[in-house]
Design a protein around this ligand. Structure first.
Ligand code: COA
Length: 199
């Protein structure tokens, strides 16, 4: 499965992506906000993640789509975004993501999320997408709210970040298909403005 936006290709991983993956994921500013990324992050960690997700073989088996986010301009992989259908109701997905710190605040994740949410609601025909963010993760909480996700609660001491061993409270969010339809034009406009500033 491949998705295309103005500046990005969202695609399954290739083994040759390992160095880009290490560059982004070894940064504690990225991994401390996520549950499953170890620190330090090695070539071995990257290769094992890539092999588990090659050609989305897992998506058909387990319902986990890990899209690698590639910059069209130079082919570099700058992050990962996920749609996970492996647990719970089959019409409700979970999404999570990260971007290499060098590429933050250029609208790349907003742009990737438009493609991923369209894919989830239109192609996968989901009725709802859920996400979660550590309560102190301002960037992720703001991004979820900006995309139109509604906060549905806060789970106390819910997650241990593998990179730091720290236990976090997390805010839980949900976005319904009709809410995305209403919010989408505003986000697309924002993405176009950001892309014009940072092509
Ligand atoms: C969260 C993250 C994916 C955002 O990626 P990004 O490409 O920089 O985000 P965008 O440039 O598309 O910004 C989208 C919106 O997110 C919010 N946002 C992003 N970074 C922010 C920051 N540092 N402070 C406040 N809000 C921020 C804003 O609402 C922003 O819209 P705006 O610029 O119009 O205000 C990135 O910061 C990241 O990888 N963080 C570490 C890993 C992580 O937290 N992942 C999410 C776990 S749930």
């Amino acid at each position: 499965m491949m998705l295309e936006t103005k500046r990005l290709i969202l695609r399954p991983p290739k083994e040759s992506d390992w160095a880009d993956l290490v560059e982004g994921a070894k940064d504690l500013e990225v991994s401390r906000n996520l549950q499953m990324i170890p620190h330090p992050y090695s070539k071995k960690d990257a290769m094992s993640f890539i092999r588990r997700n090659l050609e989305h073989s897992n998506a058909r088996k387990n319902g986990v789509y890990n899209f690698f986010i590639e910059l069209k301009s130079d082919g570099k992989v700058i992050g990962v975004t996920t749609v996970d259908l492996s647990k719970g109701d089959k019409n409700v997905g979970k999404t999570g993501s990260w971007i290499n710190k060098k590429y933050w605040r250029k609208g790349y994740m907003l742009e990737a999320k438009v493609a991923v949410l369209d894919f989830a609601f239109t192609k996968l025909k989901l009725r709802k997408i859920e996400t979660a963010a550590f309560t102190e993760n301002t960037a992720s909480n703001k991004m979820s709210r900006k995309l139109g996700f509604k906060q549905e609660g806060t789970k106390r001491q819910a997650v241990t970040a593998l990179s730091t061993g720290k236990v976090h409270d997390e805010h839980i969010y949900g976005l319904l298909k009709k809410e995305w339809k209403e919010r989408r034009p505003y986000i697309v406009n924002e993405v176009n403005m950001k892309a014009a500033r940072s092509p």
